[in-house]
Design a protein around this ligand. Structure first.
Ligand SMILES: Cc1cc2nc3c(=O)[nH]c(=O)nc-3n(C[C@H](O)[C@H](O)[C@H](O)COP(=O)(O)O)c2cc1C
Length: 196
């Protein structure tokens, strides 16, 4: 069976960002699953002129990633009880490439709440995009203590925790890929999906 492609989307371009350590850990754990291919997708690496999803507002490299993806793992910090504008801008740049694909969330904060309000804000956004949210969220609270200044994880039990979130996301990705390829929908052509 062809490997599922499930990229990890980092949530912020902030210069001193620490959530990137959590995003890297999620991608690293994802790479231990034989049945998937994953990579870190960093909003810093893309250019999205203006707002919206008109052709001139897209980055073709992000378009290709979302077209190919069988699901997404978003790891985002909480900014003012929501998620960062750079993540919203990146997500907004595409429309139909998200439909009937699963998404898992990792929330990050310096507080004890682990970005839960950022995740809650994401849920309504991704639902409008046709993405299907998993119910096994990850929280990375007190991010400054969880990783040291070199980005090394200080609590190894988090690897198992991340693994659990991946297992659920992969299950959802398999089921939804099967659905996209075999069950008719007005939102996508069956033959087109099967060629992926
Ligand atoms: C603009 C901004 C808004 C923030 N708002 C919140 C917040 O609403 N809740 C929270 O727990 N932490 C908040 N924080 C603190 C972040 O949790 C902390 O800075 C964390 O390191 C963010 O991830 P980052 O380092 O990748 O930016 C905020 C930080 C910034 C920069």
């Amino acid at each position: 069976m062809e490997k599922l492609y499930i990229p990890v989307l980092a949530g912020t371009t902030r210069e001193q960002r620490e959530s990137i350590y959590a995003a890297r850990l999620v991608a690293e754990v994802g790479k231990t699953f034989e049945e998937i291919e994953t990579e870190l997708v960093d909003p810093k690496d893309f250019v999205f002129p203006g707002d919206g999803n008109d052709p001139e507002g897209k980055d073709p490299r992000y378009t290709a990633i979302t077209e190919r993806a069988d699901g997404f793992f978003i790891v985002s910090p909480e900014y003012n009880h929501s998620f960062p504008g750079s993540l919203k801008r990146m997500l907004d740049s595409e429309l139909k490439n998200y439909i009937h694909k699963p998404v898992a969330f990792g929330g990050v904060s310096s507080s004890q709440w682990g970005g839960v309000r950022g995740i809650e804000a994401l849920v309504s956004t991704v639902r409008e995009m046709g993405l299907v949210a998993t119910f096994t969220d990850m929280q990375f609270p007190k991010i400054q203590e969880l990783f040291n200044d070199e980005g090394i994880l200080q609590n190894e039990s988090y690897r198992e925790y991340v693994k659990g979130a991946w297992i659920e996301l992969i299950w959802m990705a398999k089921v939804l890929k099967y659905g996209r390829e075999t069950v008719e929908s007005k939102h996508h052509k069956i033959s087109q999906q099967a060629d992926n």
